[in-house]
Design a protein. Structure first.
Length: 59
């Protein structure tokens, strides 16, 4: 499992910003698939997804 939305090999503020953008929005395309595979899989970006991201934080 690799939690890295921008696929740069690091989990950092850029990845956090990507999740923040999608927070409260309807997920589409690649982001919907990414959330299903690597985050909570509930079809939305919420606090659970941020928690998963921070757990994998590399800075």
């Amino acid at each position: 499992m690799w939690v890295d939305p921008d696929v740069d090999g690091r989990v950092n503020l850029v990845d956090f910003s990507i999740l923040a953008y999608w927070y409260g929005r309807e997920l589409e395309g690649d982001m919907a698939e990414y959330e299903r595979q690597f985050l909570s899989g509930d079809g939305k970006i919420d606090l659970t997804d941020f928690s998963i991201l921070v757990y994998h934080w590399t800075g």
